[in-house]
Design a protein around this ligand. Structure first.
Ligand code: OAD
Length: 312
């Protein structure tokens, strides 16, 4: 992509925000780090640095669909670290909401799975969760879908969540199982205790062979939601007049390719801690995204309302 020579400075960024009416905001993990949710690739603090002790050849394997099928416990041992523990959102989420309120947000393509855009009030029709989210989970065997609240305690405890529907079905096809095991000639208290122990073992057995629940996040090796392509190509490509990329290293395809498929005359701005060496943005604003969007709002004359934005 060849840079557009007319856009360089913060003043240009301010005037673009002022005049644009159809902004694509593409976000990544950097917009949630101020809430204590780690990003993936920051050295030392990112999730992948923290996973180096898991013994994987590449820490990204934790989100590899084949490995998940082989051993879901690896993902479940890590999921609790990226599960949002509250509905709090950052000033950057509030900024995207403000663009929506001003009638300027075309679409927020987010790679984040923390579901915080919803809590910030981004409308579902304007939000594409490119990598899915923790909102729901699906059984990898029978495709039974549940709200993630149902498996929240397993996720928090680092325990592989199993499918209730599979467990029910397993029990339906062997109705006499418990009765047979417990009527083994024992009597009285001994029999009672035996029966309890046996049924507990049976239940554990049933659960161990039931399908595994997988949160509906897109693993490596899985397709992105169809809405991602439909919205980008059929809806947004001809309308977009500004692209704002925030808090992502843009290292994962196909989201990293979004900037390349948009018309070349549409200005593109980048807000993140580190430069993105493989994309030539027209304007790079490097630093903490909450601070930068707050300053942009101040210069544009918009009031960014958020509890984490300081008045100084
Ligand atoms: P990365 O960790 O690759 O990139 C986050 C970027 O945000 C880095 O460049 C950080 O420097 C920057 N950053 C962190 N905190 C920031 C802050 N407060 N202000 C400004 N910048 C900040 O995360 P993503 O690009 O989102 O996929 O990663 C993309 C995908 O890779 C994820 O969706 C995930 C991962 O594998 C799946 O889970 C399927």
């Amino acid at each position: 992509r060849v840079k557009l020579p007319q856009y360089n400075t913060i003043d240009d960024a301010v005037s673009l925000l002022n005049k644009s009416k159809n902004i694509i905001v593409l976000t990544g993990a950097g917009i949630s780090t101020s809430l204590g949710i780690p990003d993936f690739r920051s050295k030392g603090t990112g999730l992948y640095s923290q996973l180096e002790n898991l013994g994987l050849s590449d820490p990204q394997e934790v989100f590899d669909i084949s490995l998940f099928r082989e051993d879901p416990s690896i993902f479940y041992s890590v999921a609790k670290d990226i599960l949002p523990s509250s509905t709090k959102f950052s000033p950057t989420h509030a900024f995207i909401r403000l663009l929506q309120d001003k009638g300027k947000l075309l679409t927020n393509f987010t790679q984040n799975i923390d579901n915080l855009e919803g809590h910030a009030g981004i409308l579902p029709e304007k939000l594409i969760q490119c990598h899915g989210s923790f909102a729901t989970a699906t059984c990898i065997e029978c495709k039974y879908k549940v709200d993630c609240q149902k498996i929240y305690y397993d996720l928090k405890a680092g325990k592989v969540a199993r499918c209730d529907q599979c467990i029910r079905k397993i029990r339906e096809v062997k109705p006499g199982f418990k009765r047979k095991r417990s009527s083994n000639g024992s009597t009285g208290a001994r029999k009672k205790r035996q029966s309890y122990e046996d049924s507990t073992d049976d239940e554990d057995e049933d659960i161990a062979v039931a399908g595994v629940m997988k949160p509906d996040i897109t693993f490596f090796g899985e397709d992105l939601p169809k809405r991602f392509h439909d919205r980008l190509i059929d809806h947004d490509r001809d309308k977009v007049d500004l692209v704002l990329v925030i808090g992502t290293s843009l290292k994962v395809a196909p989201v990293s390719e979004v900037v390349g498929v948009l018309p070349r005359d549409v200005p593109q701005m980048y807000i993140s801690r580190e430069p993105c060496s493989h994309v030539d943005f027209d304007i790079d604003m490097l630093g903490d995204c909450d601070t930068i969007v707050t300053e942009l709002c101040r210069r544009v004359g918009w009031e960014l309302q958020h509890e984490m934005v300081r008045e100084d």
